[in-house]
Write a new protein. Structure first.
Length: 227
């Protein structure tokens, strides 16, 4: 049975999530503080963590960093703030996804299913190919081939951006993370680079670049590859 650790300082949210998650067959542990969350995770390792950022003792980001020191368990962040800065910081610290308060239980359950599937795939050998529109991308051979057999050329930087997205299917990759991994830490704020390169990749790979289905922008946050 999948064990979920829910961390939130609002008793009504803890109660509602415990009832709804248990009704769907999940094992549920609860924590109302960051310290309690870290202690519970150490004594009863969860398969997934649902974590509020606004805790009374520790910032949620510090809890993420504490968990990431010893586990790769999926973490879904709950955020009651409309701005994106806290969410981006949490994702950069190692969170897998986020849900904004107030949220619907169906949305949260869908996110839980998605990150659980993705995590189970990540523990297997990664697939060597990915599909974008009418193209097959071979990550090992670093080739892109259209269905009619024609090759599509990508520059090394385009490859760098595309590879980061394709190796993390469904996961939101923040702008800072992409810039840091592809260009280097001194380029973390050059978001115009990403806009240009994603536009180039969409023109080369998406069936309709103006309405992309696979290379998705999350406004103010980052990008994700949708298989």
């Amino acid at each position: 049975m999948t064990r979920i650790l829910v961390v939130d300082d609002e008793p009504q949210i803890l109660r509602a999530l415990r009832i709804n998650l248990r009704a769907r067959g999940y094992d549920v542990d609860l924590a109302a503080t960051g310290a309690a969350a870290l202690k519970t995770a150490a004594s009863h390792p969860p398969d997934l963590v649902v974590l509020d950022l606004g805790l009374p003792d520790l910032h949620g980001v510090d809890v993420i960093r504490g968990l990431r020191g010893w586990t790769t368990v999926p973490i879904i962040v709950l955020s009651g703030r409309a701005g994106s800065d806290d969410k981006v910081t949490a994702l950069d610290a190692g969170a897998d996804d986020y849900v904004t308060k107030p949220f619907g239980i169906d949305e949260l359950l869908a996110r839980i299913r998605a990150v659980t599937r993705r995590h189970s795939h990540d523990t297997e050998a990664p697939g060597p190919t990915a599909r974008i529109g009418r193209h097959t991308v071979d990550l090992a051979a670093r080739t892109v081939t259209r269905d009619d057999g024609a090759a599509v050329r990508l520059t090394p930087t385009q490859w760098g951006v595309l590879e980061q997205l394709l190796r993390n299917p469904g996961k939101l990759i923040t702008q800072r993370q992409l810039l840091r991994d592809v260009w280097g830490p001194e380029y973390q704020n050059e978001t115009n680079y990403l806009r240009q390169y994603l536009a180039q990749l969409r023109r080369k790979l998406e069936t309709d670049p103006a309405r992309p289905r696979h290379l998705i922008t999350e406004p103010g946050m980052g990008y994700r590859y949708r298989p």
